[in-house]
Design a protein around this ligand. Structure first.
Ligand SMILES: C[S@@+](CC[C@H](N)C(=O)[O-])C[C@H]1O[C@@H](n2cnc3c(N)ncnc32)[C@H](O)[C@@H]1O
Length: 373
């Protein structure tokens, strides 16, 4: 039997397609299959499967995120923050927390030679790849440091801190966010790029990447956190939880944006007021009683329970457009339509044109099973 693909479909399965290359995503299936038995064991006995069980993870993640960074980071993502490109040109201090293989840091380092960049991670594999790339490019304004993100404490200060899909799989994302808030200089910005979702499962039923992302969550992101005795937030922690945790960490202003070219993520631009900053500078703003009881050594600050449903948080995000019939689902559909649902072929062409979406991703293999009957 012979299988053929029309040339237009085949184009989505090669590296020439950049971030639209679905073959990259398909590699996660093999990666996750390797730990299936371990995950089953965790369902029986508890605990998690640590990063060491995913030896190919850093290389795959680098290929996945690298394609998006190449297509969008300098030209689209950084300009999302008003005035940031000008500040980067004139020279500021930047940290990328959970930098993995460091491609984002190296791209920024090359684009903004007057600024200074550091990437933090605990993966030696990632840090080695990051340093090698920096050397290949003769970058003298970037460095990579082995550092647990949960130990950021404001000793070193930055004007911009970024995380690219590096919060939701942390053991202690609450400490990481609090440390990031403490490590920003006055006027500093935190750009938190993380998976677009609702924190409520029911609101994700129409998520075109939902089955795929919940699978990744169960078999990687959540389990690596649990393996370290962590919170196990998981890939689908969602916007409500993200906003609640950012607020608990001390961020007073959180804006969200999306990038045409990144179907996966929401871009949270978080800052804090001067008054709040003075308060945080005077005391450790870390997490409160419920998390102390559950997760570890005492740290002081405002109480927060990260797992409580938050009926008050804003969903859909500001600017979302209505497209469905039931309240929970219409918010999701409309929000995603900007760059995603049209690609999943669940929106009529006319509607796609209304939203100005140019991309058409043939991701039917992910969508199957998520559409409403
Ligand atoms: C999903 S990957 C994202 C990597 C990179 N930002 C990217 O987009 O390719 C999450 C990263 O967080 C790192 N990480 C996990 N726990 C960490 C911790 N406690 N401190 C620092 N990095 C951590 C992992 O090693 C991994 O490189």
């Amino acid at each position: 039997m012979t299988f053929t693909l029309p040339p237009a479909h085949a184009a989505w399965l090669t590296r020439a397609a950049g971030p639209d290359n679905l073959a990259v995503q398909a590699q996660y299936v093999g990666l996750l299959a390797e730990v299936e038995d371990d995950i089953l064991g965790c369902f029986r006995d508890g605990g998690g499967v640590g990063y060491a069980a995913f030896p190919r993870f850093q290389a795959l993640m680098a290929e996945d995120s690298g394609a998006v960074h190449d297509a969008t980071l300098i030209e689209v993502t950084l300009p999302l923050v008003t005035g940031l490109v000008e500040r980067l040109r004139s020279g500021i201090d930047v940290a990328d927390v959970g930098c993995g293989s460091g491609h984002a840091v190296n791209l920024m380092g090359a684009a903004f030679p007057a600024s200074r960049f550091v990437g933090f991670d605990v993966s030696d594999t990632g840090l080695t790849a990051a340093t090698a790339e920096a050397h290949r490019q003769d970058l003298t304004n970037v460095r990579f440091v082995h550092k647990d993100a949960a130990t950021l404490d404001g000793t070193e200060r930055f004007d911009l801190i970024t995380t690219f899909d590096a919060v939701h799989d942390q053991a202690r994302p609450d400490l990481v966010l609090a440390g990031i808030a403490q490590s920003l200089r006055p006027g500093g910005v935190y750009l938190c790029v993380d998976v677009t979702a609702s924190s409520t499962l029911a609101d994700n039923l129409d998520h075109p990447l939902g089955p795929f992302l919940y699978t990744i969550s169960c078999m990687h992101c959540m389990t690596v956190s649990l393996a370290a005795g962590g919170m196990g937030l998981g890939t689908m922690w969602g916007e409500q939880t993200a906003r609640r945790m950012l607020a608990a960490a001390g961020f007073t202003e959180v804006d969200t944006k999306h990038v045409d070219g990144d179907i996966l993520n929401t871009y949270y631009i978080a800052t804090r007021s001067c008054a709040r900053q003075r308060h945080l500078d005077g005391q450790d703003p870390r997490v409160g009683a419920s998390n102390r009881r559950r997760f570890g050594p005492p740290v002081h600050g405002s109480p927060t329970d990260l797992r409580q449903p938050d009926e008050q948080s804003q969903w859909p995000p500001a600017g979302a457009r209505s497209g469905g019939t039931s309240p929970g689902r219409e918010s999701w559909r409309s929000t995603q339509s900007r760059c995603c649902i049209d690609g999943a072929a669940v929106r009529p062409t006319a509607d796609r044109q209304t939203h100005g979406c140019r991309r058409t991703l043939p991701i039917t293999w992910i969508v199957v099973g998520t559409r409403k009957p």
